[in-house]
Design a protein around this ligand. Structure first.
Ligand code: NIG
Ligand code: FE
Length: 411
């Protein structure tokens, strides 16, 4: 037997810096969100799919047996990024709509007129399971190139039984963490939201609950109200799913209070949240998942990130990657927006899309830190200082990714 128990070892050596959220607790709130440990002239030693050790090169003991090496000169290591809110399973695109919006049409007007989300539903319904798997695979490779090593993806562009289940299956098969967003919009074959919810809960939930980890609902004018969301989420919770909500994106509808009442895992968006909602979230265990790329893409106000952190809320960052409101898979760009638009420091941004995002996905014991015992998911940034993650606006600074202890093909 080798000294490593037969598992492959990988040493990333001579790094300019290694940066990781400090400590071991999760989720991080308040001042703890900014506590990043930085090791200069560092190494990471991976053993199979886990991290065996991190430290300074000067403290590295000689290693017995076969060890593969990566030269980290000119690079900084941060934890693999965790995207806890995407809509990566969709067919077609919305480039026409994008051009119309650029010429002045509003996202909500387009949605009300039957384009918007429904145009992606039409394309996704006609794609078929193989094409859906292929598209999730493509989007996953885009995310990996941007440093995302773990992604959640919602369904929600099928809105019929077969396409919703095929979407969840495709997300699962391609390594994503599936969330059932059956309650994304009311499809045209139903006269009203109540009848559509009857169908979802009777015909789809029993099988969706076998494939998904969480359920999500879009609470908004023109989508679902809080009474409908309560009904949908209560049934999903009884079926064992974690609960999440698209909340306060355009208007405050009471979704934050509902999330707290139902002990949801997260409320996502919050561009329109008011002071009472901020205070309530600060006193709760419901995470606030902020999506500044979506606010930017729709030219909407940014969510009140600073106030949420000050109130003690659990703040996470994600892309919201989707064809209509955030055609952006880059968490480094989201970190830049966090630092330039949300008044978060680079350290807070890093923790929000690593440890806190892992908490939202129920995986904070293994994901989100570079420390012994965590998954060996590592992003190597071409930079002399890890804060280039947020500083290099739109830059392509991911030089390499280690995924579960193996150097990944970035395509
Ligand atoms: O999170 N707001 C609801 N759903 C998505 C957008 C979906 C779309 O436009 O296709 C979001 O922004
Ligand atoms: Fe979303």
């Amino acid at each position: 037997m080798t000294p490593t128990g037969g598992r492959r070892r990988l040493l990333v050596r001579d790094l300019e810096q290694l940066a990781t959220p400090a400590g071991v607790s999760a989720p991080l709130r308040g001042n703890a969100l900014a506590e990043v440990e930085v090791i200069e002239d560092a190494y990471v030693l991976c053993n199979g799919g886990s991290i065996e050790a991190v430290g300074r090169m000067s403290d590295l003991q000689s290693l017995d047996g076969e060890v593969e090496e990566i030269d980290g000169r000119g690079l900084c290591a941060i934890p693999g990024l965790v995207d806890c809110h995407t809509h990566a399973c969709f067919a077609g695109d919305r480039v026409e709509e994008f051009a119309l919006r650029a010429a002045g049409a509003s996202y909500q007007e387009l949605h009300a007129a039957g384009s918007g989300i429904m145009s992606t539903v039409r394309a996704t319904r006609s794609a078929g399971p193989d094409a859906l798997a292929a598209v999730v695979r493509k989007h996953r490779s885009w995310m990996l190139r941007a440093g995302t090593t773990t992604f959640e993806s919602k369904s929600g562009y099928g809105l019929d039984r077969d396409t919703e289940l095929a979407s969840l299956q495709a997300i699962r098969n391609e390594g994503g963490i599936p969330t059932w967003l059956g309650a994304h919009a009311v499809p045209p074959e139903y006269d009203d939201a109540g009848a559509y919810l009857d169908f979802l809960l009777v015909e789809v939930l029993p099988d969706a609950a076998k494939l998904a980890e969480a359920a999500d609902v879009f609470v908004e004018r023109g989508a679902f109200d809080t009474a409908q969301a309560r009904r949908y989420l209560s049934a999903c919770g009884e079926a064992g799913l974690v609960l999440r909500l698209h909340a306060d994106q355009f208007t405050e509808q009471g979704a934050v209070a509902l999330a707290i009442e139902l002990e949801a895992r997260s409320v996502d968006h919050l561009e329109a949240i008011g002071a009472d909602g901020v205070a309530a979230l600060g006193a709760s265990d419901v995470a606030a998942v902020l999506l500044p790329a979506s606010a930017l893409f729709l030219a909407r106000p940014m969510p009140p990130a600073r106030a949420l952190v000050e109130a003690g809320a659990i703040v996470a960052l994600a892309t919201d990657f989707n064809p209509g409101s955030a055609f952006c898979e880059s968490l480094p760009l989201v970190c830049s927006l966090a630092a330039t638009q949300l008044e978060l420091s680079p350290a807070e941004a890093l923790a929000a899309c690593t440890v806190n995002a892992a908490y939202v996905l129920g995986r904070s014991g293994r994901l989100g830190r570079l420390a012994r015992g965590y998954n060996a998911d590592i992003v190597l940034l071409e930079a002399s200082d890890w804060r280039y993650l947020a500083y290099h606006l739109g830059g392509n600074l991911v030089a390499g990714v280690v995924l579960q202890g193996e150097p990944a093909e970035l395509g």
